[in-house]
Design a protein around this ligand. Structure first.
Ligand code: GLC
Length: 422
């Protein structure tokens, strides 16, 4: 370092005191959608003011599957350009070795979070990531349309299909040519695993791989669930749903072109925005139940966390950023501005949140009863398990093989992948 620069640096350091002495340039990756990136930026601005650090956002595609693929490569290569990762709830066991243990840094705050969420981010005693928000989907429905046609909120998938068809057809006949009965996530990616796990579980068909590691997916209830979902494509859902992720479904819904939508709570706030055609016209309910023994409403557990790369050149400041992004203050803002579900227990009794985003206190029980994907029992193989599952479902929905054929094949592939043990 040139001596002049050194002196200048020391002078600045002396003026700003401790803050400047430890200031770092950090980078965080984020696949946030909607107004998510703007929200994150506003929080990072606060963090920068409080700590003197600078944080750059590296934007990523919104698909969790695409993000995972990229992060795995970066981490395997020891990439030190990214300090903090936003991580999906399912990744902890697969990426645990690449992140710092946050147990010590978070020892005073873990008690504020729901224990099950902390547990989901703990791998062999190592706290791999700190929770930023949790996720459990809703059935979004158009209050105005249900009222117009004298229908109630469907409690079963069969009721949903019948109501969706009736309203869709009547609205189209009345000139709303683009009206769809139901939109969801049918693309070949992790989102389809979430949707299809809900169908299967809601028909009493288990959770693909059970918590004890046994492969349960090839069963009559799971077959019935997938056949039901297949019957929606091209009747109450557009053929194009086979390429939809969350944002495509929300796009159709928010233009006022769907009676029902399956989506996560983030769509609540956006749907009530000033630019939304459905502002004030919709509400949310738990997803419908299937039929047969063991039928129930089922929601897949989602959620996002913050993890610190073990290749970060500024681990102390990066850990501070992770703590900040999972803090009560940021989670409260996030709940109010993004309608994301907090992981901090006390925030479910927060009056400001309840007023601004009534879905949040209502969704506490939904997420507490949500079904986890089998990422814990299948450990480092989860992504392959999920990929095989969503492919079998996508094939079924697009008419490549029946549900029975595809699930039999899936069982064989999963058995081979498992080998002696997961
Ligand atoms: C949401 C969930 C996440 C899930 C993803 C699937 O972002 O929070 O857990 O994997 O949707 O698309």
């Amino acid at each position: 370092m040139k001596i002049k620069t050194l002196i200048a640096g020391l002078l600045v350091g002396a003026t700003l005191g401790v803050v400047a002495a430890q200031a770092a340039d950090l980078a965080i990756v984020s696949g946030d959608t909607g107004t998510g990136l703007e929200f994150l930026r506003s929080q990072l601005d606060t963090f920068e003011k409080e700590t003197g650090n600078k944080v750059t956002i590296v934007p990523m595609p919104s698909s969790t599957t695409d993000q995972f693929g990229q992060y795995k490569l970066w981490l395997a290569a020891g990439n030190s350009d990214i300090d903090v990762y936003q991580t999906d709830v399912i990744w902890a066991p697969q990426l645990a070795d690449q992140f710092l243990d946050l147990s010590d840094a978070a020892k005073d705050v873990v008690k504020d979070h729901f224990p099950s969420i902390i547990e989901s981010q703990t791998v062999n005693g190592k706290l791999v990531a700190l929770p930023a928000f949790t996720d459990a989907p809703a059935l979004y429905y158009r209050k105005d349309l249900l009222e117009k046609y004298g229908k109630s909120v469907p409690k079963t998938w069969a009721e949903l299909a019948a109501t969706a068809k009736e309203i869709q057809d009547a609205e189209r006949a009345a000139g709303a040519a683009d009206m769809q009965g139901f939109v969801f996530q049918g693309n070949s990616y992790e989102g389809l695993t979430c949707d299809a796990l809900e169908w299967v579980k809601s028909f009493g068909g288990g959770q693909i791989v059970e918590p004890d590691g046994s492969i349960s997916i090839n069963n009559p209830q799971a077959i019935a669930a997938l056949e039901a979902a297949k019957s929606w494509v091209g009747s109450i859902a557009p053929e194009g749903v086979l390429a939809y992720q969350e944002e495509e479904s929300r796009g159709v819904w928010q233009l006022g072109n769907a009676v029902f939508m399956r989506n996560w709570p983030y769509a609540f706030q956006l749907g009530n925005g000033d630019d939304s055609a459905v502002k004030g016209k919709f509400d949310v309910a738990p997803l419908p139940a299937g039929e047969g023994e063991g039928a129930r409403s089922a929601a897949t557990l989602g959620g996002w966390n913050v993890a610190v790369s073990k290749y970060s050149k500024n681990p102390d400041e990066a850990v501070k950023l992770a703590l900040f992004l999972s803090s009560t203050a940021v989670q409260k803002e996030r709940a109010i501005k993004q309608s994301n579900l907090p992981t901090i227990v006390a925030l479910y009794d927060d009056a400001d949140i309840a007023t601004a985003m009534p879905i949040i206190p209502r969704w506490k029980d939904v997420f507490l009863n949500a079904v986890p994907r089998p990422s814990a029992p299948t450990k480092v193989k989860y992504n392959e398990v999920s990929n095989l599952f969503w492919s079998a479902v996508h094939d079924t929905l697009s008419g490549t093989g029946t549900a029975a054929e595809n699930l039999e094949l899936l069982e064989a592939k999963l058995t081979e992948l498992k080998g002696e043990a997961w």
